[in-house]
Design a protein around this ligand. Structure first.
Ligand SMILES: *Cc1c(COP(=O)(O)O)cnc(C)c1O
Length: 427
């Protein structure tokens, strides 16, 4: 059933490292090989062998309206006809900036870039530029793109400076990145004891890159308080959760306010986009007004802006979609949990808005270490069998899942039925 994809994969491997342009796509986390996609339609994906899948990945988050949404498609085509890029300002950028800033009373200005990686990298430079401090603090298991300073793993331990998690990243660069445990206030405090030069804390307020693990309210408050006490800025990385976890992202679901918010994924509706946003007083430090340099040839690209603009306008016109998206996420994960427990398998589940996570482990995971205790064997088997039945889940225990507005209750029910069959044979 995967013959053409398998051939395509082998051919791709000859000219593209690992056959893929982003490592997670290679299905190594589930010991499989990736279907090559021909096209999407609504809630479904179709591969080159003609298999049809209900898509819970949605290009890793951006496609909240599913594939080929007519309104987005039309806007993109009309914009394309006027030219793909000008490297000059367009009205679309201002409009999309308004759509974002209007949602937050403490956010005045946005700068657009072309990826989440770029958004975070730029936000960190801004935080360093504004505070005049060099160190940054991140949490184990949070992903913020693949820029050098963020590819860090625990060195001698947590709450201290880490070591590079990839060759090619100089240890000297990582000297400025402190690594701390998610949802661990004691650890966080130690970081501020270990460094008096922290420019910012960067965090996914709802972590979506170690499965789905929300930060606890008092933990986020501790982040805020420590930043205020030590003159550091708090960055919420909402590249995944922005307009996903709620209409105001993760920020709208927690009491703590960030100084800078990064966006990506949904604000581009499937086109390459990132953005970072903050108060005027912070954003005015950016060039050309200020001295912190940041630039991009294709930044604010009109085609991407028009896709994002339609997407955000549709979401704002129908804020109730988040209720039904979450109801489906809850229904799906509860269905999984019930089927698992009937077969003597422990499954932990989380949902936030249109996002969900499920973990093959005994206790609710609170951090990266906890996720490491999951039964990865079960996850791989579950993934492989569900794929064969036509359900496309993220190919790693460390990724989140997504519901799209075009997914119906019937589709969710079919998925639960398939999961019941798979879980019954998992052990
Ligand atoms: C996806 C993601 C990024 C990186 O975005 P890219 O567009 O892949 O560069 C950064 N932060 C978070 C939280 C993400 O989920």
């Amino acid at each position: 059933m995967f013959e053409k994809s398998l051939n395509a994969y082998n051919e791709a491997k000859e000219v593209i490292p690992g056959g893929v342009d982003s490592p997670v796509r290679a299905f190594k986390g589930v010991l499989g090989t990736p279907p090559f996609i021909d096209r999407g339609e609504g809630a479904y994906l179709f591969d080159i062998d003609g298999n049809k899948y209900l898509d819970f990945v949605q290009s890793w988050g951006p496609l909240i309206f599913g594939h080929c949404d007519k309104d987005i498609e039309e806007a993109v085509i009309e914009t394309c006809k006027k030219g793909l890029s000008f490297g000059a300002p367009t009205l679309l950028e201002t409009s999309l900036a308004h759509e974002i800033t209007d949602m937050y009373d403490y956010i005045d200005k946005v700068r657009f870039v072309s990826s989440g990686t770029e958004a975070v990298m730029s936000a960190i430079r801004l935080a360093r530029g504004v505070t005049g401090k060099d160190d940054i603090l991140k949490f184990e298991g949070c992903y913020h793109g693949h820029s050098d300073s963020l590819l860090v793993q625990a060195g001698s331990g947590l709450a201290t400076f880490g070591s590079p998690s990839s060759p090619g990243v100089p240890a000297d660069l990582i000297k400025h990145t402190l690594l701390s445990e998610y949802n661990n206030i004691e650890d966080l405090k130690k970081c501020f004891e270990n460094s008096s030069d922290i420019s910012c804390i960067i965090i996914e307020p709802i972590a979506g890159n170690m499965g789905l693990i929300p930060a606890e309210q008092d933990f986020l408050k501790a982040c805020r308080d420590l930043c205020d006490e030590h003159g550091a800025l708090l960055i919420f990385d909402e590249v995944m959760t922005g307009f996903r976890a709620s209409l105001t992202g993760a920020s709208g679901t927690v009491d703590t306010k960030a100084d800078i918010i990064t966006f990506g994924k949904v604000i581009g509706a499937g086109m390459p986009v990132g953005a970072f946003a903050s108060s005027a007083s912070i954003m005015n430090h950016l060039s050309p007004d200020g001295t912190v340099y940041q630039a991009g040839t294709l930044s604010g690209n009109p085609v991407a802006m028009s896709a994002g603009l339609v997407s955000l306008k549709k979401l704002k016109a129908n804020p109730e979609v988040y209720v039904s998206l979450n109801a489906k996420a809850v229904k799906l994960t509860n269905g999984f949990k019930k089927a698992a427990s009937e077969n003597g398998i422990s499954l932990q589940v989380n949902t936030r808005g249109s996002m969900f996570g499920f973990f093959f482990c005994e206790n609710e995971p609170k951090n990266f270490k906890d996720v490491g205790l999951c039964n990865f064997d079960y996850f791989a088997k579950f993934h492989n069998e569900m794929l064969k039945k036509g359900f496309y889940f993220a190919c790693s225990q460390y990724e989140a899942g997504f519901i799209s507005t075009v997914m119906t209750d019937d589709m969710v029910n079919e998925c639960i039925e398939a999961a019941q069959e798979v879980l019954a044979k998992l052990k």
